[in-house]
Design a protein around this ligand. Structure first.
Ligand SMILES: [Zn+2]
Length: 58
């Protein structure tokens, strides 16, 4: 089953992989903001990613 959480910026529902992990970076499909998975359980939550000057390694 898949998780979803709401974007802290625009409140859109963001779908998360079912193996999502804390600290994973996802992009909001609506506002394109980079978001960090703050916690996975009991309820997934997202926070805005800190602005950094370098690329996140894939
Ligand atoms: Zn958003």
């Amino acid at each position: 089953m898949a998780y979803s959480a709401s974007c802290p910026v625009c409140s859109a529902q963001v779908n998360l992989a079912d193996d999502v992990e804390e600290s994973e970076v996802v992009t909001c499909p609506d506002c394109q903001t980079s978001l960090v998975v703050e916690q996975v359980s009991p309820q997934p939550s997202l926070v805005e990613a800190p602005q950094v000057d370098e690329d996140w390694g894939e």
